[in-house]
Design a protein around this ligand. Structure first.
Ligand SMILES: C[S@@+](CC[C@H](N)C(=O)[O-])C[C@H]1O[C@@H](n2cnc3c(N)ncnc32)[C@H](O)[C@@H]1O
Length: 292
């Protein structure tokens, strides 16, 4: 079920010491891959101001999917579409996209974002929560709030597998019944950042038959990145494993799955549905849900 899509030339190099360097793009390099030329994505990776990871300020496949689905719902007569973005970092993609559309309410939650630098407009209905999901949503009075879409990219993998499943289960509680969609983008085991470490590759090999071969325990992580305090990290090795996580967390159906590469990082995208009523919706029907 994995659709593997290769995006972009390797124009960015992410260093172990948390800096991001833009390499010169070699326009003369091989490029015998026509598909790659058609679909070139040039991501801008930015270091978050508080050092809490990186943000990709470019429309990635999961964001394209989300933005298209929001547009369809509006066209189908939904007066307002509510999105919750968990761990937005300093990615301004949704803020730019819906800056002048008061019908799209985006709630951004992240302890490390510089929200003052987000695009501003009187025509937008954005909410900014400087804090953690879910506790700071609850503190701010949004405990029972339901969203049409919850979107999260490169955020919840800094966790054990069970911690990820628990977070996904909590996310499900914030989704509208029936039409709520969880759009998740998460990091794959075959990202260069991890594969460049020979000892970590050995570690993955030793665990290839484990329930989660991409789990890097906190102790193991510190061996390779002694200054980082991220705890355990769970990398995906297949769409099936991610799908099972969503099912374990209570999602009833999966609407879309995709795997893609960008700047030599591997990402998995998945869209989960909240109720069984949506079980028969296929990928192609994803954007065709009608709102009366
Ligand atoms: C690697 S950055 C990804 C940023 C952006 N989503 C992207 O894909 O470019 C991860 C972000 O998740 C945030 N984060 C981590 N745990 C979080 C939580 N429980 N609730 C909200 N944000 C969280 C971090 O502060 C950081 O900004």
């Amino acid at each position: 079920m994995d659709n593997v899509i290769e995006y972009s030339k390797d124009n960015i190099l992410q260093k172990e010491n948390e800096e991001v360097i833009e390499k010169d793009v070699d326009d003369d390099s091989d490029s015998d891959d026509k598909e790659e030329e058609q679909d070139v994505l040039f991501p801008v990776w930015k270091k978050n101001s508080n050092g809490c990871g990186y943000s990709i300020d470019v429309e990635t496949p999961s964001l394209t999917k989300l933005i298209s689905a929001v547009g369809t719902r509006l066209q189908n007569g939904k007066p307002m579409v509510k999105i919750l973005e968990i761990g937005v970092g300093d990615s301004h993609v949704l803020a730019h996209k819906f800056l002048n559309d008061i019908r799209v309410q985006v709630t951004f939650v992240d302890p490390g974002s510089n929200f003052d630098a987000f695009p501003q407009s009187n025509e937008s209905s954005f909410r900014y929560i400087q804090g953690y999901f879910p506790q700071d949503l609850i503190v701010n009075g949004y405990k029972d709030e339901k969203f049409d879409f919850v979107y999260s990219s490169r955020c919840i993998h800094c966790n054990t597998p069970q911690g990820m499943i628990d977070t996904i289960r909590t996310i499900r509680n914030f989704l509208s019944p029936v039409h709520g969609r969880f759009v998740l983008e998460t990091t794959g085991i075959n990202s260069d950042f991890y594969q460049q470490k020979a000892k970590l590759v050995e570690y993955f090999k030793e665990r290839k038959d484990d329930a989660y071969p991409g789990l890097i325990t906190e102790t193991e992580f510190l061996k390779h990145w002694p200054k980082w305090k991220v705890g355990a990290v769970t990398l995906m090795d297949s769409s099936e494993r991610l799908r099972n996580m969503l099912y374990d967390a209570g999602f009833k159906a999966i609407e879309h799955e995709e795997k893609y590469r960008m700047s030599n990082h591997e990402f998995f995208v998945i869209v989960g549905c909240n109720t069984e009523e949506t079980k028969n919706i296929t990928n192609t029907q994803f954007d065709e849900v009608l709102y009366k």
